[in-house]
Design a binder for this molecule. Sequence first.
Ligand SMILES: [Zn+2]
Length: 191
Amino acid sequence: MKCIICEVWSYLIICKRCQYDFLQPRLYKREIRKNFFIYSFYNYEEIQDLLSAKYHFCGDRVLNILALNSFALFAKEFSFNTKSLAIPIDDHTRHEFSHTAILAKHLNSKNITSTYNVLKAQNKVVYAGKKLSFRKKNPRNFILKHIRNKKIILVDDVLTSGTTLKEAFNICSLNNEVLFALCLADAKHKN
Ligand SMILES: [Zn+2]
């Protein structure tokens, strides 16, 4: 196949060279409520094309490569006094795979256990392109299944207003400690 960035023949959908040149992760930090920090690895604009529908036929492979360059490296370095639980936000499937489940899978490591299908939105409203006022009026109404007394790392793909993560934080904090959240990209950071 051809690398989707440089179009050189490659056995990977993004060749090693382009991964090195374009997918070096940064660690952006945003506090969306007091003492709740979101860490993101990319500026959304930089990877927007890779996440776009144009590549949805191979989106899971693109996402796996992005996650290998970011979430997996983070997991390797991360240590905490107890084992943490990574919870992807609303890991239902779009285009036959779940963005957030793929990201969470790459956190699974010595110090982090990834778990799936436990944090579900009861309201499937689509937020893309909607204003903050709309998001606030239409909460996702998450339910968290069977998770108690854990140290939680929330996982999402793109951070925009933070409305979704705040809502997830509130429900998860009732019976657990939420350490922070990890997102692939932050839509507010500009270079
Ligand atoms: Zn390439």
